[in-house]
Write a protein that binds this ligand. Structure first.
Ligand SMILES: *Cc1c(COP(=O)(O)O)cnc(C)c1O
Length: 340
């Protein structure tokens, strides 16, 4: 994979560790389970998005931008990490945020403030409105003489996708070095940026490893469509030919529950199992639901004995500290039931 020709601004601690989850593996009795610790990328409490941001900030600096503009919901890992990335690159950061300015900021939005990002809160806006609102903000910045670099929500862009192609190269190197081969890579999928990059990486490297996305906000078909579109643009950008089709894009939407950022019983159970078996911390919005998906795929036999599955821990941990009240009550109830 030819990534060296793309401008890149180093932000992440790489390679992230690849660890065995041997206790969870024997508990579930299915495939060997590994975890790729992208929660340990180091940038402002970590997460996979540091990978995308290395290429996005590389492009911003090459264009001579003086500020970075992006958008997201209140507890966006993407806005938090973009703010940190911009600071490290010496740029200002403007964030278009859905919701009311919080009286007592917690989790990601607290870190946005810590970074000194300029937060523009849009109380009445839906997430879908934010794109248009951001365009207005960008126009204003240009009129004021700024040179903004615009990053779509979630980093969803071919340039962002390069970071996840690199993640596959890194992971395959680690697997090879230990004489291992993985059959599946399981990831929480939101905007689809990560999954499209992982898909292009695994197909481009002919790794034989399938990428399984667990959607955390969109319905399956919508997300498949987004991933296909982005994977095509990304492979064009890289100048590689791939046979891509919607059927090749594995997305499960059974673990989403009532919707984005609403914790589920299964997600809390998965967080509890990961914590109890591995001391591994997951978050309720992304990685907890993705782990619920992985566990269910193991229990149903979709991933079985003799196989190896890698769970990509994409981070998202600050969001844990902005959990709704329901979360702690559910956690306590589940532990109480387990103790009986
Ligand atoms: C953004 C994010 C994802 C999903 O990545 P996309 O590229 O938006 O699909 C998964 N997990 C965490 C913790 C994230 O912050």
């Amino acid at each position: 994979m030819q990534l060296a020709r793309f401008p890149r601004f180093r932000l992440a601690h790489l390679p992230t560790p690849l660890e065995e989850m041997s206790r969870l593996t024997s508990l579930l009795g299915g495939p060997r389970l590994l975890v790729k610790r992208d929660d340990c990328t180091g940038l402002a409490l970590g997460g996979s998005k540091a990978r995308a941001l290395e290429f996005l900030l590389g492009a911003a600096l090459e264009e001579g931008a003086d500020c970075v503009v992006t958008l997201g919901p209140m507890q966006s890992n993407h806005t938090r990490m973009t703010a940190a990335a911009a600071r490290k690159a010496g740029l200002e950061c403007v964030l278009v945020v859905q919701g009311e300015s919080p009286r007592s900021p917690q989790g990601n939005v607290l870190l946005d403030l810590l970074m000194g990002a300029r937060l523009l809160f849009f109380e009445e806006a839906s997430l879908a409105d934010l794109d248009d609102l951001m365009l207005g903000v960008v126009e204003d910045l240009r009129r004021e003489g700024h040179r903004p670099y615009v990053i779509p929500g979630g980093g969803y862009s071919p340039i962002g996708g390069l970071g996840y192609v690199d993640a596959v190269v890194e992971l395959l190197g680690q697997l090879n070095a230990r004489g291992w081969k993985a059959d599946a890579l399981v990831v929480a999928s939101g905007s689809g940026c990560a999954q499209s990059g992982l898909l292009v990486g695994t197909l481009g490297m002919r790794s034989g490893m399938e990428v399984i996305g667990i959607t955390i906000n969109r319905e399956r078909e919508t997300l498949q469509h987004r991933i296909l579109r982005e994977a095509r643009l990304l492979s064009d950008l890289m100048g590689i030919q791939l046979e891509l089709s919607e059927e090749k894009i594995q997305v499960y939407d059974e673990y989403l529950g009532p919707g984005y950022a609403t914790p589920t019983t299964e997600g809390v159970e998965a967080m509890r199992l990961a914590a109890a078996a591995e001391g591994l911390v997951l978050d309720p919005t992304y990685t907890g639901k993705a782990m619920a998906g992985l566990i269910s795929l193991v229990r149903s036999g979709r991933l079985g004995v003799g196989q190896t599955a890698v769970f990509l821990h994409t981070g998202g941990l600050p969001g844990l500290f902005a959990s709704p009240e329901w979360f702690a009550a559910e956690l306590a109830a589940q532990w109480a039931a387990a103790a009986k």
